[in-house]
Design a protein around this ligand. Sequence first.
Ligand SMILES: Cc1cc2nc3c(=O)[nH]c(=O)nc-3n(C[C@H](O)[C@H](O)[C@H](O)COP(=O)(O)OP(=O)(O)OC[C@H]3O[C@@H](n4cnc5c(N)ncnc54)[C@H](O)[C@@H]3O)c2cc1C
Length: 401
Amino acid sequence: MTTKIKYLILGAGPSGLALATQLLRMKETSFIIVDKDAEAGGLCKSRQMDGSPLDIGGGHLLDVRRKNILDFVFHFLPANEWNRFDRISKIQFDGVELDYPYEAHIWQLPMDDQVAHLLSIMNAGSNRGTPMPKSFSKWISWKLGDLIANHYLLPYNAKIFADISLDELGTYWLYKLPNVSMEDTLRSCLSKKIHGHLPAHAQFYYPKQHGYGEVFKRMGAALGKNLLLNYPVKSLDVETLTVNNEIQAEMVISTLPWQELAADKSFPKQIKTAISRLKYSSIDVTYRPEKAATDSHWTYFPSPELSYHRVLYRQNLLAGAKGYVEETNTLRLPPGEISTHHNQYAYPLNTIHKPEQIQKVLAWATSRSIIGLGRWGEWEHMNSDVALEKGINLAVDLLQK
Ligand SMILES: Cc1cc2nc3c(=O)[nH]c(=O)nc-3n(C[C@H](O)[C@H](O)[C@H](O)COP(=O)(O)OP(=O)(O)OC[C@H]3O[C@@H](n4cnc5c(N)ncnc54)[C@H](O)[C@@H]3O)c2cc1C
C-alpha cells in the first residue's frame, strides 16, 4: 500500500533536517524525511573514535556570522555546550609554514621571499588592470600573482579536485577570493602583522563534548516518526511523485545527489544527460592517533608529494581528544591504504558548464513539483550554516504559499 503525504524530503543532512524541523515548528506535520543511513546528519555526522568523537565528513566547524542560524542551532545544542575559537590555521609548502591566509602572512617569510612576493603581487594582472582570463589556472595567477598561485592555490586545488584538470573548472565561483592588495601586503610586511580582510571561519564554534554531528542527531531525534532512517531511495517516479513505489507526495524536496535518482525510467533523456555532466569529488578521512606538535586547528598541505591536502588537529579542538585527521581525495589515496571513512559525495565540482546543467535540471524538476535543496540538490559548495538557512527559508516559503 502507498503512503500519501504532502511533502517528501529526500536526505537527512543539514538542509533536509532544517527544512523538516522548521516545518514541524510551523505546525506542518504532513511530511516524511528519509535517509539511507542509520543516523541523521549527512556529511556532518560524527562517530566515536579512540575515545572521542570524530567528524566523518572531514573537519566541521560552525561559522559565527549568521546570528539566525546560531539561534536555530543552539535550540538543539545550547550555546553553553560550545567553545568559541579564534581560528588558527596554517599552510605548509617547501619546508615553510605560514599562517592562513597566505597573502596576509607573507611577512613571516625570509626577507628575499617577501620582496619576491611583493613584486609578484604588484605584477598580478588584477593589480595591473589586464583583462580577466577565462581559464581557471590563469585566473588564479592573474588574481593573486604567480607565487601564491604556484606555491599554494594551484597545487592545492589540483589535489582536492584531483578528478578533473583544473582548466575544466569555471571561474564564476571565485568571486569569494579577495583581491590581494599591494598596499595591505606592504603594510603587513613592514609592521609584521595582518592587514586587510579576515577569512571565512575566522571565528567558529565547536561543541565542548561532542562532535559536530551531535546537532544533527538531536535535530533527527526531534522529528520522531516523521524521520525514516535506513531508507535508501532507489527510485523516484516523476509522473506520480512516488519513491520506491511506497511513498507518494504532493511535492518532493531532494537534497540527494541527482545521480542517485536519475536511473529511474521516468527521467527524460536530456535531464539524465545533464545530470551525468554534474561532476563531484570524493574524500577519504583517515584518523591518526599520534600527537602532532602544533597549535593549529587545521593545516593545508599543497605539496603534490603528500597524498592528503588538509589535516585537522582534533587534539586542539576537543578537550581530551587525541590525534589528527587527514583529508585526501579518494583518487590520491595511497594504494592499499584503508581510510577511516569514505565520503563518495564530498565536493560538487564547479565545472565550466555546471551552471547551465544544474539550471536545466532544476527548471525541469520544479515544473514537476520536485525541488532541489542543499549542497547536492543545488550543486553548490555550501557550508552547513548556508544549507541550514536554505532549508529553513524553504519551509517558510512553502507554508506561506
Ligand atoms: C571535507 C569537508 C569539510 C567541510 N567543512 C565544513 C565546515 O567546517 N563547516 C561547515 O559548516 N560546513 C562544512 N562542510 C560542508 C557541509 O558538509 C555541507 O554544507 C552540508 O553537509 C550540506 O548539507 P546537505 O544536507 O545539503 O548535504 P549532505 O550533508 O550531503 O546530506 C545529504 C544526505 O542525503 C543522503 N542520501 C544520499 N543518497 C541517498 C539515497 N539514495 N537515499 C537516501 N538518502 C540518501 C545522505 O546519506 C545524506 O544524509 C564541509 C564539507 C566537506 C566535504
